[in-house]
Design a binder for this molecule. Structure first.
Ligand code: AMP
Length: 282
């Protein structure tokens, strides 16, 4: 596996692969890799001749400075996992390599109404930062296919909107959420949980998955309340939002009959650690 630090090396590497007509699969990550990331990587390795993974903690998508400061980093371990998964090259630049003229955004991306709700509302600027870094990475890597996890359900919709508004020629592939045996969605931020918080964290998915059965005999509003009450009853947990939305537009639904694709998206503070998850109702 080639370890690439500079934009120049990366563009040379990509040019060489393009000359050989190799299909390029790309998985953008912020590192602190776990089996969720590796499931995306394995899919990319299966689908493409060449797989490039980026490991870059992008400062422009953090609206909370302490979240950025405490974000877990474990580069050597990440590289070992990626090499083992059959990755061709990892791109791990510094912040100044990615943003030579500073991190200020040069332009506002058109990300559609999907970027205004949920994460867009609670993390102002977050999706603009995501769009900025992913667009830049797409320009450098020029992937045929790019892989994203459904754990960040809203992010996929926003990336699709960015790809459309910026006319990027790439296929966006959504991959299912990987969970631990106890149901907790794998996340780099899980490493920041205390032992107690980690022990209680599966309560989020337990409430979500129970609510699928509950939803068969209850309204959207009742199901929403059940999930929020159940999770808020767990010590140290506080639901920031729970929204039951149309899986395509991400706009809230009021009746189950309104859409054939309904997803519940949740954000929970477990102590200071902000966790997200989602569940499909229909
Ligand atoms: P991150 O490093 O958190 O920015 O995540 C990089 C990519 O991995 C994103 O597309 C995430 O949606 C995806 N990802 C993170 N956790 C999981 C998981 N538990 N299952 C599937 N994909 C995931």
């Amino acid at each position: 596996m080639q370890i690439i630090r500079s934009v120049g090396e990366l563009t040379d590497y990509v040019a060489m692969q393009k000359n050989h007509h190799h299909a390029i699969g790309f998985v953008p990550t912020m590192g602190a890799l776990h089996a969720g990331h590796i499931s995306l990587v394995e899919r990319a390795v299966r689908d493409n001749e060449v797989t490039i993974v980026s490991v870059f903690v992008n400062p422009t998508q953090f609206n909370n400075p302490s979240d950025l400061a405490t974000y877990p980093r474990q580069e050597e371990e990440d590289f070992r996992m990626l090499a083992e998964a059959g990755v061709s090259a990892v791109f791990a630049p510094t912040v100044s390599e990615m943003y030579p003229s500073g991190t200020a955004r040069e332009h506002e991306y058109d990300l559609g109404s999907a970027a205004e709700v949920m994460e867009g509302k609670y993390r102002p600027g977050h999706f603009q930062g995501v769009a900025q870094v992913v667009h830049r990475l797409f320009e450098l890597v020029r992937p045929d296919r790019a892989y994203f996890g459904e754990k960040d359900f809203q992010q996929i919709a926003v990336i699709r909107n960015m790809v459309e508004s910026e006319h990027v020629d790439v296929e966006i592939i959504a991959c299912p959420i990987r969970r631990g045996a106890d149901g907790l969605a794998l996340s780099s931020r899980n490493a920041l949980l205390s032992e107690e918080q980690r022990r209680r964290a599966p309560g989020i998915y337990a409430a979500l998955s129970e609510s699928v059965e509950y939803a068969r005999t209850h309204t959207v509003r009742q199901t929403h309340e059940m999930v929020v009450e159940r999770i808020n009853a767990i010590p140290e947990m506080r639901v920031e939002y729970y929204e039951i939305v149309d899986g395509r537009t991400l706009m809230p639904v009021e009746e189950w009959s309104e859409s054939d694709f309904v997803v519940g998206c949740i954000t929970v503070y477990n102590g200071e650690v902000r966790l997200i998850d989602n569940i499909r109702y229909k």
